[in-house]
Design a protein around this ligand. Structure first.
Ligand code: NAP
Length: 258
């Protein structure tokens, strides 16, 4: 029988990018409930403060770093600062991302570059810096928040789909390279979830047909709640997943299998 202690994250330090809202908030709170100290990293200071207050209410050491993850030069100093304040990083959750809802002909070079920078390059760089800290300690967990959009083609957001496909492949590459250091690298692919990112499909009548198709295709018949991503994240952050690496956990209500 699984022992609940297998999922205990007491004494662990976690960083969650995009932790001030949506799925990142759900994951940050879930990791904190499991006992981890949590640093959230995002740009909006008001939302950072709100989630920081929730983390502190749970009773774990916590902090919020105001940072744009597309600013490459600031990433290493930000992780160094978190390590000074909370301790060495054990768990990195690469969750911050955004999408530009434009097809190929409308997608500008700037759209493409900004999505790839935030959704993929930042994950690569943060993983590198976190791994530099984890390797000497011979343990660590990197969790990349991917998407079903990384597996399937879509005409709506080419740069986002490519960034998530790249993130799935980055997961596999880093999993192999870091396995000898006892660092597990996995991804978690949410299905459609009720967050700001999906406001358009949930509320814009222009996308009603896509929404209906999505609900019909999902055996669970609904959108996920952000908190429903936290169980898989706690599993991937805990010793319960020590022999799981390079894997993707679909948390999609069965969308993918239809
Ligand atoms: N919602 C879904 O249905 C769904 C489905 C599949 C995958 N996902 C993935 O789940 C993850 C979270 O998405 P979500 O739905 O929770 O979206 P969301 O509600 O829009 O949250 C995005 C988060 O990322 C942060 N962020 C965005 N750009 C950033 C930047 N340049 N620097 C730092 N932080 C940044 C935002 O905070 P600030 O704006 O304050 O910076 C926010 O905390 C993403 O990786 C997304 O691709 C979502």
């Amino acid at each position: 029988m699984p022992n609940p202690k297998m999922f205990d994250l007491s004494g662990k330090v976690a960083v969650v990018t995009g932790g001030n809202g949506g799925i990142g908030r759900g994951i940050a709170l879930g990791l904190a409930e499991a006992g981890a100290s949590v640093a959230i990293v995002a740009r909006n200071q008001e939302r950072n403060e709100a989630v920081l207050a929730e983390l502190k209410k749970i009773g774990v050491p916590a902090m919020a770093t105001r940072l744009d993850v597309s600013n490459r030069k600031l990433l290493k100093p930000a992780l160094d600062d978190i390590e000074r304040k909370l301790g060495p990083i054990d768990i990195l959750v690469n969750n911050a991302a955004f999408a530009v809802l434009k097809g190929l002909l409308d997608h500008t070079e700037e759209d493409w570059d900004s999505v790839i920078e935030t959704d993929l390059t930042a994950c690569f760089l943060l993983s590198k810096y976190a791994a530099q800290s984890m390797i000497p300690r011979k343990c660590g967990k990197i969790i990349n928040v991917a998407s079903i959009g990384g597996f399937k083609g879509t005409p709506i957001y080419p740069s986002y789909g490519v960034s998530k496909g790249g993130l799935l492949q980055l997961t596999r590459c880093l999993a192999i390279e870091l396995a000898p250091h006892n660092i597990q690298v996995n991804s978690l692919a949410p299905g459609w979830t009720t967050t700001d990112m999906t406001d358009w499909i949930r509320n814009d009548p222009n996308y009603a047909a896509i929404k209906d198709e999505m609900i019909t295709r999902t055996p669970a018949g609904r959108f996920a709640e952000p908190a429903e991503m936290s169980g898989a994240a706690v599993f991937l952050a805990s010793q319960a997943s020590n022999f799981v690496t390079g894997a993707d956990i679909l948390v999609d209500g069965g969308f993918f299998i239809r």
